[in-house]
Design a protein. Sequence first.
Length: 244
Amino acid sequence: MTGRRRRFPVLAALLLLAPVQDEPAAAAAQAPAPAAEEIVSRLMAANRERDARLAGYRVERRYHLKNELYSKNGEMQVEVAFEAPARISFAVRAQQGSGLLNKRVFGRMMEGEQESLRPENKRRSAMTPENYDFRLAGEERVEGRRAYRLEITPRREDTFLFAGTIWVDAADFAVVRAEGRPAKRPSFWTRKIDFVRTFKKVGPFWLPHRTESVTEVFLFGTSWATIENSDYRVRLQPAPVGEP
């Protein structure tokens, strides 16, 4: 991948879309769909709740990449440790395949994830009306649960934003699926990036589960990347004095 600044920021920023807090699922299944504005408002409130409750986590992550032009693969096993509010570290446990792909692609994905946690970049990437226009496009079942499908349009060209679709769980008001492409190409050499990211529920939180992306880069061809997360170990913030 050509260019030192190409760090996949929008894929990293999607880590911030996993809110918390449950509501009775039966009631959510029966209620009529709220307006897009209310869905987004409740999503933002759930994100604030997550930030207040999540102390950190560790997760086992597998990166895999295949490039069609050079017929090369890369794979890396990493333990990721997040400490609220903005510290993340990566410990490489094993790797195989192309060392160049591992360093230049996976390494920059990790750099992008670190950058996405900076306060300014969190504001730039947040799922808010300041950054996006939202349109309710219907309802679907995602992993057997009712979800609202929202089409989102970024309000500006920014590598931390994306154009596409999100699915918001009707009971928890969490993003459970997202797909699209960056609002701005991360570099001149990158022709296109399309991605799909799914989330899974771990305790009270919805956390990233699997990301698949297809990237077309000038002189490098098409690459397919997969990021899989498993075995989350989550820590909660201590309850305030006087609360259970």
